[in-house]
Design a protein around this ligand. Sequence first.
Ligand SMILES: [Zn+2]
Ligand SMILES: [Zn+2]
Length: 251
Amino acid sequence: MSGDKDGVRAGETIRFALKQVLDFALPPRCAGCGTIVADLHSFCPECRTRVEFLGESGCSTCGIPLEATDADTCGFCIAKPPRIGRTRAALAYDELSRSIALRLKHGRKVALARTMARYMAPLVRSDGEPLLVPVPLHRSCLWSRGINQSALVARELAKMTGPRTDPCLLKRVKRTPALKGMSPRQRRKLVAGAFKMKPEADLQGRTIVLVDDVLTTGSTANACARALEQAGAGRVELVSWARVIKPMQLS
Ligand SMILES: [Zn+2]
Ligand SMILES: [Zn+2]
């Protein structure tokens, strides 16, 4: 009964629009603790000292922290350049960055997506007219209903940085179990072939910036990059909200 579905969808759209109006009308609050802040979509001074900003630090290619060295690229990237040419994350993964990503996932708050995008935007390079592509979550493209949190963030990022976003370019065609607690090798195996491109997509050497919420081992992003390369992407980069730095945070 498509009529019923349309009705439900229209209701959702109206609720979503109302929430956006409310988010706009209320005084800006810190995404971390809820304190009223002066600036829209920012952390309060106290939360700013609690989070670890990663930004442009670490290896210039993969972004992992570099031990005391003058080199700007880590040994792994020199030995074998990774498929993703540049990986950046706004924050280290900790309780606070995690809670924001989770609240976005379950609450679908546009204001949170904007806060995340605000801290991710400086990491998106706009040269070469990149296309912003969210890491897909679901089998079908649920973008219009705002279910994919990475698509919400990508949309806000596109507004702030200029490049276009294509939320439906990549599709997840294979359901994968939660990867938590699995080794990098197990993860790679599980996500292999999980992503497919829109059949008509022709990327012709374009730069793609993948947008993700939480980056753990990078196996999911890598599987996406592989599909993008096969469709002709010239370069794939990744900008995420939070990044797991210590492997023990995985389990
Ligand atoms: Zn705060
Ligand atoms: Zn590296």
